[in-house]
Design a protein around this ligand. Sequence first.
Ligand code: DI6
Ligand code: FE
Length: 406
Amino acid sequence: MILAMTNLLVTNARIATMRGGRYGEIGEGALLARDAAITWVGAMAELPGSARSGAEAVDAKGGLLTPGLVDCHTHLVYAGSRAREMEMRLAGKSYAEIAKAGGGIVSTVTATRAATNAQLRAATARRLEALMDEGVTTVEIKSGYGLDAEQELRCLRIARSLAADHAVSVSTTLLAAHTVPPEYACRADDYVETICTQMIPRASREGLASAVDGFCESIAFTPAQIRRVFDAAGRHGLRVKLHADQLSDSGGALLAAQYKALSADHLEYATDAGIEALARAGSVGVVLPGAFYYLRETKRPPVDAMRRHGLRMAIATDCNPGTSPTASLLTMANMACVLFGMTPEEALAGITCHAASALGLDDRGTLEAGKRADLALWDANEPGELVANIGGMRPSRVLFEGRVRP
Ligand code: DI6
Ligand code: FE
């Protein structure tokens, strides 16, 4: 998309810059952007005299300006519903039991494969638009419900195509190692071979994925299988992420750290050594309170250890039909505070700057010169309000690449 040159000036804003993961508030602030990048952020009193000429002006009228929100872990591309599984879980069946009985991920794979491109795109777009309504300007979208080369690449293509007609930035991740598809039943290693020799090379060659993810768990793939996937990703120039230690300690955090993963996600059962290793590796720890809540888990991710070791924490929706059917990132931020004991400041960093880091995107997530002009304006008096409410907050305006989103 070719954008005309634009100058943007936001005035009278209370600004949460989120620099360094802190609110970094500026009481009466202004922001300037040119060609979709921020050029200046500061106090109104210091606004350069020349700034007003020729700029599109947005008067924030005392409202709160934050970076556009970043949802760094979603499974938006799927068809069908798993509402029945909720009833089964409430009747006492576990997620693992339902998966073993043919429900779970495989049932969504069946529905997804059967959907036409138009159906799958429309269903995905609905969820994406719900995220955008809450101020999300960057979203990561994983494949993982296709589970053969054509279907996985189709899901990635659909995800990528949504950025063409939505004012949002989409980062795609190949999650072929989500579960073993029925045609490879009892031949998980053969499936891993297909991932390594066909899916990863094609996703890389066709420019369809920015990263490769895997589900390391007793009901999914072993650490040895994930290593093969990660080695293949490395050979094809792709960074990795991992669903790690969600339902049991499978050494996922340590494994992710060894491969300098962009992020390790879930982490309920991660050990102290695993958290320390992730921090040293420069990875981000992504907590997913929606899945914790929906599966009625009781073991919380070790937030204290994350703080102690200086592991950057992000929060995401994990939007998927089986374990986290939600498209509300702000509700997840609230839940990260209430359920996991994160502070509202940590939570806001977790859906802005640290979420951007979990995607390897260092050009966004804070309001400072040089970063993308992806902004959200809120009728709020202080940044904590975004997190204190249980969903329901909507930005009064969103600017994407320096332009007001229609
Ligand atoms: N962990 C999860 O919570 C989701 N995927 C994963 O690897 C669950 C996906 C599903 O149940 O459909
Ligand atoms: Fe997930």
